[in-house]
Design a protein around this ligand. Sequence first.
Ligand SMILES: *Cc1c(COP(=O)(O)O)cnc(C)c1O
Length: 360
Amino acid sequence: MARVYNFSAGPAVLPEEVLKEAAEEMLDYKGCGMSVMEMSHRSKAFQQIIDEAEQDIRDLMNIPDNYKVLFLQGGASQQFAAVPMNLKKNGKAAYIVTGQWAKKAAAEAEKYLEVQRVASSADKTFSYIPDCSDLDIDDDVDYVYICENNTIYGTKYHTLPNTKGHTLVADVSSCFLSEPVDVEKYGVIYGGVQKNIGPAGVVIAIVREDLIPEEVDDTVPTMLAWKTQADADSLYNTPPCYGIYICGKVFKWIKKMGGLDAMKKHNEEKAQILYDFLDNSKLFKGTVAKEDRSLMNVPFVTGNEELDAKFVAEAKAAGLENLKGHRTVGGMRASIYNAMPIEGVKALVEFMEKFEKENM
Ligand SMILES: *Cc1c(COP(=O)(O)O)cnc(C)c1O
């Protein structure tokens, strides 16, 4: 059995330890005589799994008691609708458009309220984060929305926008648990877990309690009202049990690795190796403004599409997989999430050096 270095943007690499543990517990979870996939979500064993998962993410992110942690389904994309449905009061929201995911979220929200696009980096193919220190935000917006790490373009907010006192909502799908966060700066933090935490099928939403409305419009589906899952501790209906179980194991793995401070250090080290190489390479170029670079997703190009394709193919043959850039931007992208070992990044850089020599 040989595992490759998997640079996929998502679903993405998971810690090998976690996968091994899950394999060991596959047929008989802790003496239950069945796998976690086969047990009732109302069983004691599963209750313990979800309770521990919640406690562990609370510990990792230092989540204050007045925030609910919801384990949901439907992907991050479903929250594009749930956010406006739940937060709509005045019927207006401000969106900062820094890539495809923010763009999609804004378009979806527009079905339910008035969307003001208060800043955008579309003019330079989303290769930077706009200055958000003094945006023209109406007083009566219900919230300000960002996609904190732009998975496709490889940018990240290193300073949160000045929301002028409004509730900040962030899609953190591709930077979840990659570094410490100050939860209190946000009203809502949510993300699909398949980028940095677990298997696709789980979305975690961390919502300040006072933002969960008692009542929503009759037209809001029961499953999309946060209150439904908040009141039921994420067990209103059958949750994505197995996915939550794996997320729980990843939380424990991060704790063992030293928590989010250690994750940040580990991620900075990895990213630096790759960015340093890109900054000095004669063949490869990073595509993002330096000050806005993501620690998680690193897009780069040779400037020649044929050479890009050759690189992706030869890298794959060398055990470095999923380096092709997003279909909307081309080039390459290395996603180097928490679970990507530093050896993987070193192997990638060595391969890039070799490729550069052979093709210059
Ligand atoms: C992948 C991704 C999404 C979409 O997630 P789904 O779970 O497929 O809906 C949304 N936002 C960001 C930032 C992403 O990286």
